[in-house]
Design a protein around this ligand. Structure first.
Ligand code: GTP
Ligand code: MG
Length: 173
């Protein structure tokens, strides 16, 4: 079992390529109301969770809700790929503005498995090259994550480690 220590008030950024299991992990470990997903916010602003042209508006709304929740002292999980430094920087900023600790949880599965899962989904239509680019971004993210201001960077490698993960909440005081 891998125990992930997470402060009881934290902004948790899931990090992983499409098909790595972020939404599944979020469903398993957190209440639906704690999870802000980029897909849900695209759907909210554009009626289409795959409308990439809605991403900027969707993330603006997501960051706003995240900020509101943190101001109210609610643990918040961001279910998005978070593979780009600028995407993570926005989350670290929101957390810091509210004196909340940002934590990253990286889900790293073999690219072939992520592709197999993605191919089987009607709601994911991007090509193999897009996934390959995400995988490169993930590799690059490892070095960057350590210096981006995340209080903790938990890395789960492979399906077994992801399956066996348990969250343990750390009391703040
Ligand atoms: P995006 O939203 O596209 O970024 O993907 P995601 O990282 O949220 O992946 P998601 O959790 O949606 O999982 C993708 C597919 O893999 C889904 O069909 C899941 O049912 C499947 N899946 C995810 N995690 C597991 C797992 O631990 N075991 C098995 N067997 N299937 C999984
Ligand atoms: Mg998802």
């Amino acid at each position: 079992m891998t125990t992930l220590d997470i402060p009881e008030l934290a902004l948790v950024a899931l990090v992983g390529v499409s098909g790595s299991g972020k939404s599944t992990f979020a469903r398993r470990h957190f209440a639906p109301s704690q999870v802000l997903s980029s897909d849900a916010f695209r759907a909210m602003v554009a009626d289409d969770e795959n409308d990439q042209s809605a991403s900027a508006d969707a993330f603006e709304a997501l960051h706003h809700v995240a900020a509101t929740r943190l101001r109210r002292g609610r643990l918040t999980v961001v279910d998005a790929t978070n593979l780009q430094p600028h995407a993570r920087a926005a989350l670290v900023r929101v957390a810091r503005e509210h004196d909340v600790l940002p934590v990253a949880v990286v889900l790293d599965v073999p690219e072939a498995l992520a592709w197999e899962r993605t191919e089987g989904r009607a709601d994911r239509t991007f090509g193999r090259q897009v996934l390959a680019r995400m995988q490169r971004d993930l590799r690059r993210s490892y070095k960057q994550l350590a210096r981006e201001g995340f209080r903790k960077v938990h890395v789960l490698r492979g399906v077994e480690e992801i399956d066996a993960a348990e969250i343990r909440y750390e009391k703040l005081f």
